[in-house]
Design a binder for this molecule. Structure first.
Ligand SMILES: NC(=O)C1=CN([C@@H]2O[C@H](COP(=O)(O)OP(=O)(O)OC[C@H]3O[C@@H](n4cnc5c(N)ncnc54)[C@H](OP(=O)(O)O)[C@@H]3O)[C@@H](O)[C@H]2O)[C@@H](O)CC1
Ligand SMILES: [K+]
Length: 465
């Protein structure tokens, strides 16, 4: 598990660390990390874009270190009277060139270092900086974060820097997991002991593995958790097959299917115990309800019944629409019963009553608290909020999962992990993580489909075991 801290948290921690560190030492440490990363690119002429604050100071100091390695360095001062004085002196002493905006040799750079603005960034690039950035043809190394991107929400305020590499300090900030920062390198500046509990968490392979249920010597088909799937309709039998496929492939326990696509499901998966209705389904440890189910009165009654069964539920697609249309459905649920809902932006707007907006983390957190349910907001970065305020974010490793039926597969995986007994937010996070890896594996560089993503679940699991 990796932590992510907000600007407010980082600034407070840095203040405490600064108070017990010799003047300038922290910045030199940070800048040395930038210089090392820049040197590794092999660039022979580096141009620094230097803004008014400490982010520019980092760039100037990095330039001074690069000079000592014989690299040609030109600093372009965007705010000449506010450039970091010690950094500027260090660069000049080391033989670096300092120019104004009008003389910026952008076209001659092998590498541009973006020290325009860092944690105090507000809005997009200002006109001078935007004009310079527009001319850049070389790779860009962003100091702390790409300028023009909001540090806390990851919103890209155009025009913004597009970084190939971002070197950040002390800890990850939300921008690094919510926006495209290129490759992110973390430089240790000793901030760890000063940091509070993280604002966001990023799961790693080991966390996903820990959330998964693998059979032991004492297990049988029931003890690993039975997953129930209530999905599909005569119009959309495929959703039933996809969600069930994912549940079958994600764990080795039993999967039950209940609904009008029983024949189709049985045809693909003879090992699934399939029945026509949830009344006849038998006991399960978690339900997946909603994909392709429709929103008519019989579907509403299916959802009402399952919400009242007292086992964890993953509610997706039509299930979310029904919850939005009939808020009284929540009355059927014991508040202790874990519910995971998995909206995309339009479903989010339907159930929340407002658009997601720029701050996806705050929006997801707010809805989770209001509904007392885990909310998994789909997107290139998936945000998973627990009602207690904890948030997991999962940045996609590729965009291949953006394909029809992909969400049905995700809900099937979530159901299976829930049935295995994982904590609901962790189950949703681990499922999103694995789904992303399965999509990347299934695609292998060319377009893929939901069936193939489901089929790649075993390989994705095998890769982390
Ligand atoms: N603290 C530490 O221990 C360490 C800090 N470190 C480094 O310090 C960085 C934070 O530095 P910081 O606090 O000086 O702020 P920073 O982001 O450089 O902004 C400066 C000024 O820029 C302006 N500005 C705002 N938006 C803008 C925009 N879109 N485009 C252009 N300009 C914009 C705005 O001033 P304004 O012009 O609005 O008056 C703002 O006040 C941090 O990211 C890391 O790199 C490391 O050395 C490690 C140790
Ligand atoms: K920057």
């Amino acid at each position: 598990m990796r932590g992510v801290w907000t600007v407010e948290q980082v600034t407070a921690a840095e203040d405490r660390l600064l108070a017990r560190t010799p003047d300038g030492a922290l910045m030199r440490k940070a800048a040395f990390g930038v210089a090392l990363a820049a040197a590794r690119t092999g660039a022979r002429h580096v141009v620094l874009l230097v803004g008014a604050g400490n982010n520019g100071g980092d760039a100037l100091w990095a330039g001074a270190f690069l000079r000592r390695r014989g690299v040609r360095v030109t600093a372009v001062l965007l705010a000449p009277d506010r450039a970091h004085p010690a950094g500027l002196t260090a660069l000049r002493r080391a033989g670096g060139r300092v120019v104004g905006v009008d003389d910026a040799p952008i076209e001659q750079a092998d590498l541009v270092i973006d020290g325009i603005v860092g944690l105090q960034a507000r809005g997009g690039l200002r006109p001078d900086a935007a004009a310079l950035v527009d001319r850049v043809a070389s790779p860009i190394l962003a100091v702390d974060l790409p300028s023009g991107v909001d540090p806390d929400t990851g919103v890209v305020h155009e025009p913004a820097v597009r970084a190939d590499l971002t070197v950040t300090f002390g800890c990850l900030k939300p921008v690094h997991v919510l926006a495209d920062c290129g490759r992110v390198e973390l430089v240790d500046i000793g901030l760890g002991p000063e940091l509070p509990a993280p604002s966001l968490r990023v799961l790693e392979a080991a966390d996903v593995l820990a959330a998964w249920r693998f059979p032991g010597p004492k297990d049988d088909k029931y003890t690993q958790g039975v997953t129930g799937v209530a999905a599909g309709s005569s119009t959309y039998p495929g959703a039933a097959v996809l969600a069930t496929s994912a549940a079958v492939l994600a764990t080795s326990g039993m999967v039950r299917y209940a609904g009008s696509a029983a024949d189709e499901v049985r045809g693909v998966w003879p090992e699934v115990v399939a029945t026509g209705s949830v009344e006849d389904a038998g006991r399960v440890q978690a339900w997946v309800v909603g994909p392709g189910l429709g929103t008519g009165s019989s579907s509403v009654e299916v959802l009402r019944r399952l919400l009242g069964e007292g086992v964890p539920l993953c509610v997706d697609a039509d299930g979310i629409t029904m919850l939005a249309q009939h808020p009284d459905l929540w009355d059927a649920r014991d508040p202790e019963t874990p519910v995971v809902i998995t909206p995309h932006d339009r479903e989010f707007a339907r159930i929340a009553g407002h658009e997601v907006g720029d701050d996806r983390v705050a929006a997801t957190r707010g809805l989770a608290k209001r509904l007392n349910a885990v909310v998994l907001l789909k997107g290139n970065t998936t945000v998973i909020a627990d009602p207690d305020g904890r948030v997991i974010v999962n940045k996609a490793s590729s965009s291949w999962a953006a394909t029809a039926g992909s969400g049905d597969v995700l809900s099937g995986i979530i159901g299976a992990v829930l049935a295995g007994g994982a904590d609901p937010a962790t189950a949703a996070g681990a499922a999103a993580w694995l789904h992303d890896r399965a999509a990347t594996l299934a695609a292998d560089g060319v377009p893929t489909s939901a069936s193939r993503i489901a089929a790649a679940i075993p390989d994705a699991l095998r890769a982390i075991r």
